[in-house]
Ligand binder design. Structure first.
Ligand code: SME
Length: 148
């Protein structure tokens, strides 16, 4: 059985292959969400794009989700505001968490930066508590680097 780290290492070149040379952000988001979701079996895996002063739902895999999230709201809006990855081991303890699905118990949100500005976020939800740690942060940040 592969460790999480080995899984990410195996996926990294695949993700890089999916995003390299493709200028269309939506297309890249669609394939990256599908690959991560399929490989790890997360509950919800997807993207929100910065559109004006809100985050707007982008390509995702999993159950239907909230469409618009304000700056600074929830885990996604907080990651956008801080410009850094936010890991939440227990979403029920995160002030202002937006419960798109009551099955979600932990979450990670990774900003995608282009030209020094956050243009989108990658949001992954798990039904387990404490699913995400610095290994996820490290590899997911690397994976989205080529997307912006
Ligand atoms: N829980 C997120 C909202 C997005 S859904 O989980 C897909 C948040 O608090 O930002």
């Amino acid at each position: 059985m592969m460790t999480k780290e080995e899984k990410y290492q195996a996926l990294l070149p695949q993700i890089e292959g999916l995003v390299a040379g493709e200028p269309d952000l939506i297309a890249k988001m669609a394939n990256v969400a599908a690959l991560l979701h399929e490989e790890f079996g997360f509950w919800w895996t997807g993207f929100y794009r910065v559109v004006g002063d809100e985050l707007v739902l982008g390509p995702f895999q999993g159950p239907i989700a909230c469409i618009r999230i304000a700056y600074g709201r929830g885990v996604c809006g907080t990651a956008w505001q801080r410009g850094e990855t936010v890991i939440v081991p227990n979403v029920h303890e995160f002030p202002g968490h937006i419960a798109c699905s009551s099955a979600t118990n932990s979450e990670i949100v990774v900003p995608i930066v282009s030209g020094g500005t956050v243009i989108a976020v990658l949001d992954i939800d798990s039904t387990d508590y404490g699913t995400f740690d610095d290994t996820d942060r490290h590899y997911l940040e690397q994976m989205v680097k080529g997307m912006g």
